[in-house]
Design a protein around this ligand. Structure first.
Ligand code: FEO
Length: 400
């Protein structure tokens, strides 16, 4: 247990050995599941919980932080199971604990807990008195789930920010002044923003606007170090402001990357021809070819998300698109992908299911999928390569 301020105590769990989070995120520096106790003169609130696999240890940390007090409230800022997993165990110990959360989170929590509980539903700006201090709730949808909210404790100048301003970085010291490996922390902070909040830039901006009137002295996120004024708090705010700012495209060059996977070079050759066709119709376009095999996939994902349109060369193995194609689309920014023009091409051997499977995924992302697909059985002839160029040209002529 660590005391953060007069009324705030840390009761989170450190998990330094975690190397993959939620299947898709690298966690080279481990993580922490942060939770806090706020002790008012009249009532005690717990802010968030921990991953279910640490329920026993979390209860120990929590009891120590409570220091003999009975908790009155559990504030649930967000129901993703890395924070809500231990709630079931908490309600076993304290069945009278009042869960304080928003309506969306209460619905999710009911599904997760498989047990009855009586939540106190709060709306944006609602308050919860704790005696000589009180909590105010700031609903922050899509930061990063529909249920996300933040909790403000004005008497301590402290924002319990949920995942916002967090990162997967783990050290014994709870606060930013104790960060030993600055470069690693900064890398983890940026990577976390890119993975978790990058797709939600407009929502990040709205969330930041809600913080403008607050006298922020301390930010207690759900992962990673507590940020304090005079140390990392200001730079974290600046970074989020900068990273989420609307992109002013000084360069109006259309970005039309061509991605492909190719086992024997046939789809690659078609890709080169498609690119030539695109450039015939749009000579000023930035239209680079990118082989997805063995590539830096987050970088490819960034190119995909920054594109104005794209073409994708499909390779089928075992009646499906190959993993790098799926990996690329797993990086697609689902919020901003709708209406993005795209076209599919490639060589296939037996039946070519990759085309239909990838097209279905692109349609789910609400992309504007070019109604033609350019498919060649096995090796493209010279005539087929000319047709591929014409296909690329027709696709590019349709671009806005
Ligand atoms: Fe750390 Fe969105 O849970």
């Amino acid at each position: 247990m660590k005391q953060i301020s007069e009324r705030i105590f840390y009761c989170g769990i450190l998990n330094p050995n975690l190397r993959v989070f939620d299947v898709v995120m690298r966690t080279d520096f481990g993580t922490s599941y942060n939770a806090y106790v706020v002790k008012g003169s009249g009532a005690t609130a717990i802010i968030d919980a921990a991953h279910y696999s640490f329920s026993g240890l979390f209860l120990e940390e929590l009891r120590e932080a409570l220091g003999g007090r009975q908790p009155d409230y559990l504030v649930v800022n967000h129901t993703e199971p890395d924070h809500s997993g231990a709630i079931a165990a908490m309600l076993e110990v304290w069945p009278g604990l009042t869960v304080v959360t928003n309506g969306v989170a209460a619905k999710y929590l009911r599904q997760m807990l498989s047990r009855d509980f009586s939540p106190r539903i709060v709306k944006d700006g609602d308050t919860l008195p704790l005696g000589d201090c009180g909590l105010r709730f700031l609903i922050a949808p899509f930061l990063h789930w529909p249920d996300s909210m933040m909790t403000w404790l004005p008497e301590e100048g402290t924002l319990f920010s949920c995942d916002v301003f967090g990162c997967h970085y783990c050290e014994q010291g709870v606060t930013d002044a104790n960060v030993t490996y600055e470069r690693d922390y900064q890398a983890a902070f940026r990577y976390y923003y890119d993975c978790i909040f990058g797709p939600f830039r407009p929502f990040v901006q709205k969330g930041l606007q809600k913080l403008e009137s607050l006298d922020l002295q301390r930010i207690c996120p759900s992962h990673g170090p507590v940020l304090t004024r005079g140390c990392k708090l200001e730079s974290a705010l600046d970074a989020y402001q900068q990273w989420s700012a609307p992109v002013e495209k000084a360069d109006t060059t259309p970005q039309v990357p061509v991605f492909y996977c190719s086992a024997y070079g046939n789809t690659a050759r078609i890709g080169r021809a498609v690119r030539e066709g695109i450039l015939e119709a749009r000579p000023g376009a930035a239209c680079a070819l990118h082989d997805l095999t063995g590539c830096n996939m987050p970088a490819m994902g960034a190119l995909l998300n920054q594109s104005d349109a794209f073409a994708l060369g499909c390779l089928t193995i075992n009646r499906d698109a190959v993993p790098p194609l799926w990996a690329l689309l797993s990086h697609a920014d689902a919020v901003n992908m709708p209406k993005r023009p795209c076209a599919l091409f490639g060589s296939y051997g037996w039946s070519g299911e990759a085309f239909a499977n990838i097209a279905a995924r692109l349609q789910m992302l609400k992309c504007n999928v070019f109604e033609e697909q350019f498919r060649v059985n096995f090796v493209p002839s010279g005539e087929e390569l000319a047709q591929a160029r014409a296909f690329g040209r027709r696709f590019a002529e349709r671009l806005p």
